[in-house]
Design a protein around this ligand. Structure first.
Ligand code: SF4
Ligand code: SF4
Length: 58
């Protein structure tokens, strides 16, 4: 799977990290990043919960 965050859209809420069941994402306060692509199951929970449409999963 490929998970990407568009930083022109991301508002750094950390929501995607909180809802991801596989710990693919990390939110350290400064920036939310994709830390483990291999774990992604393409469930789209992060996409559905992103307020800004910043996440792409394919
Ligand atoms: S699609 Fe699912 S598993 Fe993949 S990063 Fe988003 S919430 Fe996590
Ligand atoms: S949920 Fe969307 S806006 Fe919030 S940190 Fe994740 S990618 Fe950025």
């Amino acid at each position: 799977m490929s998970v990407s965050i568009d930083y022109d859209l991301c508002e750094n809420t950390g929501c995607c990290e909180m809802v991801c069941p596989e710990d693919v994402l990390e939110h350290d306060g400064g920036r939310t990043t994709v830390v483990d692509q291999q774990k992604c199951t393409s469930c789209w929970i992060c996409v559905d919960n992103c307020v800004s449409g910043a996440i792409t999963v394919d």
